[in-house]
Design a protein around this ligand. Sequence first.
Ligand code: 5AD
Length: 370
Amino acid sequence: MINLKNILNKGELDREDIITLLSSESSEDLGLLKSKAYEILKEYCGIKVWLRGLIEFSNICVNDCYYCGIRKSNKSLNRYLLSKEEIINTALWCAEKGFGSIVLQSGERNDKNFVDFVSSVVSEIKKMTISDKLPEGLGITLCIGEQDYNSYKKLFEAGAHRYLLRIETSNEKLFREIHPPEQSFQRRVECLKMLKDIGFQTGTGVMIGLPNQTIEDLADDILFFKSIDIDMIGMGPYIIHKDTPMANSESLMKNENYKEHNYLLSLKMIATARIFLKDVNIASTTALQAIKPFGREAGLSFGANVIMPLITPEIYRKEYQLYEGKPCIEDLAEDCYDCSVQRIKSIDREVGFDEWGDSMHFISKNSKAD
Ligand code: 5AD
């Protein structure tokens, strides 16, 4: 029998080891996985949890991903775009509260107006949030999809310094199954390379528990993160959204149990990614809490170190549902802030107030290059 302890004590893990870790089932093995992930987190990143105020500033999207609730063909939601003032005021509120960083997330648009709009919002926020607490202003992460090189560059020059672009799955065949033909895996990899090239701290991630996705695929996802030398990871369980093509094609997954399964698999992915990649930032994503009330705390306990409290103005929250059961849609930003801080403290972790909380991986890579 394979002994999990032996694998966890090895220096370098190989693909087989990763598969074994992801296949852990007994509570004893899960306990070992969790404590090893925590040990590595403490050693390489410290135990602080970084807050990123998440502002979902628009649900308008040109893409038609088969899994996503805000895909362009979904006519059952009201499309919105926050005004510049609304976004800036929300960001100012975050800075005031001690969030060192925000994430500006939206559906994808590639037109010039959009890119110009986001650039000007970013540079304004940077200017307006410089203070004694934040000498370089709020840290800004963007999550606005695939763009061309010049747009990425413009956004970087405007002052955004991190970018999240999920690969969704590193299995190209599976990628094709969950996206329309206009979207390509290769293009997404190219975008990730451009982002790194420009100097962004770059994050990617996958959905966990997709139909036809195997444990081997997930192990390959972790190897993919390493091969492109990623700085940050945001990944979470796949959850059906009723107004998407994938909701209809999956009779098997209508079973409520799939959620429990995807939830546990996500915690194992977080722990294994932490053990294998060591010094990257890993987010404990909202989708975990959509399945279990304390899902985000669990993600932190399994090695994540970033949490993204929802700061989107309340009236827009219900229009930004990528999957079903999104938590906190009735709450106010203040509630999400208080609740996140409480939750972090409840598991004996410290909140990193007024700091950017950059990825240690990115920091050490760059200090080596100097
Ligand atoms: N379940 C889980 N995650 C989803 N996302 C989109 N739709 C779903 C879903 N049904 C994730 C994708 C995307 C991110 C913004 O949200 O990974 O990149």
